[in-house]
Design a protein around this ligand. Structure first.
Ligand code: CA
Length: 418
């Protein structure tokens, strides 16, 4: 697959994250335009809601795009997803006869406000990165018991909170919580001192299910992917997680990138999951490549300082694909809904500077990270700006996700002090 050229010149730059090959789905507003669906192309957002109203786009039987979320389009199904992509390709390709009609619907990206691209109906977070699970398990339980006995058989997950998923650019307030003291079992009530990031991908379920689905059916249900930062308070987590898993440690906020990169755009970058260390039960076996080759970076900018890359890894490191996770999620009969969000689990590579959390990068705070400006970090400090980026490298083009950013605000004064 090579670059598909567009009459939008900026889309043809090989480093542009939004070439015609991509066409990611976001939600935007301007001073003049109400909140609505848009598609990124080059340095612009295309007002697809306006185009649909004008009769230039008709992916479904009725209007689907003049809404503040992509859920109605997703619910309309894969044939409609494909039709929208074909219609957009026709309008935006080099030499298109409709350029004069379409051009008024382009708005410079730097002049729009981006919002949550879809309504998150439910959020489940998994733990599918082998290196991450091994690193965290080693710190919490020692290297002999690092991987729980079920880990190589089940994509482990927990039911998270949809209510605290926010779009990139939203500030994140340091939480208070119950923290275990270093010596005794009596907990303290204090702001989290070990606030962390988790580099993940989010898969967005675009079709519902009412019973168990196969891995192939699960793959067909996924509409697209976003970058995801599962903010984590490690000191709250360490005290609360036995025996039912994370709770308040993960409930403060989860940040996603503003553009849903569709499965269609990612198709050329499909790759196999790594070799199985133990055979999976048949229902979890992959019928084809269902992971993606997506290069991922984590950047940290201290308050007022320059950003530097603190980790560099790839989504293809995951042991389980989103399709396997989704199939496993339905085995109980659990219905999945349009707008369900699945976090991949932290994506850590095999070497130190490819680890996807500060917990691993600083090895629980024992080996603080040095930043180029001279600062050190074991965990996030107030004013830190954390940004995830991701891209697929095609032949002469790039598929980008847009940044997934958040700045840490200081904890408020004790919310229970009267
Ligand atoms: Ca996580």
């Amino acid at each position: 697959m090579s670059l598909i050229r567009s009459w939008v010149d900026t889309a043809n730059d090989p480093t542009c994250p939004f070439p015609l090959n991509n066409l990611p789905c976001g939600v935007f507003s301007t001073a003049a335009l109400s909140i609505r669906c848009g598609v990124a192309i080059g340095a612009f957002v295309l007002d697809v809601a306006g185009m649909e109203k004008a009769g230039l786009l008709a992916p479904g039987d009725g209007p689907l795009l003049n809404t503040p979320a992509w859920n109605p389009l997703m619910a309309a199904g894969p044939d409609v997803w494909d039709r929208l992509r074909r219609q957009l390709m026709g309008h935006l390709a080099e030499g298109s006869g409709t350029r004069d009609q379409v051009e008024p619907y382009l708005h410079p990206l730097d002049g729009v406000t981006l919002h949550m691209p879809f309504a998150v109906t439910e959020y489940t977070d998994f733990y599918a990165g082998r290196n991450h699970a091994f690193n965290v398990g080693t710190m919490f339980r020692g290297p002999e018991n690092a991987l729980p006995p079920n880990w190589l058989h089940i994509p482990i997950g927990y039911n998270g909170r949809a209510s605290s998923v926010v779009v990139s650019g939203t500030d994140v307030r340091r939480p208070w919580g119950q923290l275990k003291g270093p010596q005794d079992d009596a907990p303290r009530w204090a702001p989290s001192a070990r606030f962390d990031l988790e580099l993940e991908m989010g898969a967005i379920v675009g079709q519902p299910s009412t019973g168990p689905v196969s891995v192939a059916e699960a793959d067909a249900m996924i509409f697209g992917y976003v970058l995801l930062n599962d903010w984590s308070a490690r000191d709250i987590q360490a005290w609360e997680y036995v025996p039912l898993g994370p709770f308040q440690a993960k409930a403060t906020a989860t940040t996603i990138s503003p553009w849903i990169v569709t499965k269609a755009a990612l198709e050329p970058f499909r790759t196999q999951t790594p070799a199985r260390e133990k055979p999976l039960l048949p229902y979890l076996q992959e019928p084809g490549p269902m992971l993606y080759d997506i290069a991922l970076d984590v950047e940290l900018a201290p308050g007022g300082g320059d950003a530097s890359v603190i980790s560099r890894t790839n989504y293809k490191e995951m042991y389980y694909s989103a399709a396997q996770q989704l199939a496993h999620h339905t085995t109980s009969g659990c219905p999945m809904r349009v707008g369900d969000l699945l976090g991949s689990g932290t994506i850590s590579g095999p070497v130190k500077d490819s680890r996807g959390s500060l917990l691993e990068l600083s090895w629980g705070g024992q080996e603080p990270l040095s930043l180029p400006g001279g600062q050190t970090r074991s965990f996030l400090e107030d004013g830190d700006r954390l940004t995830l980026t991701g891209h697929c490298q095609g032949d002469g083009y790039t598929i980008g996700f847009g940044p997934c950013s958040g700045t840490i605000l200081p904890a408020l004064s004790d919310p229970f002090a009267r």
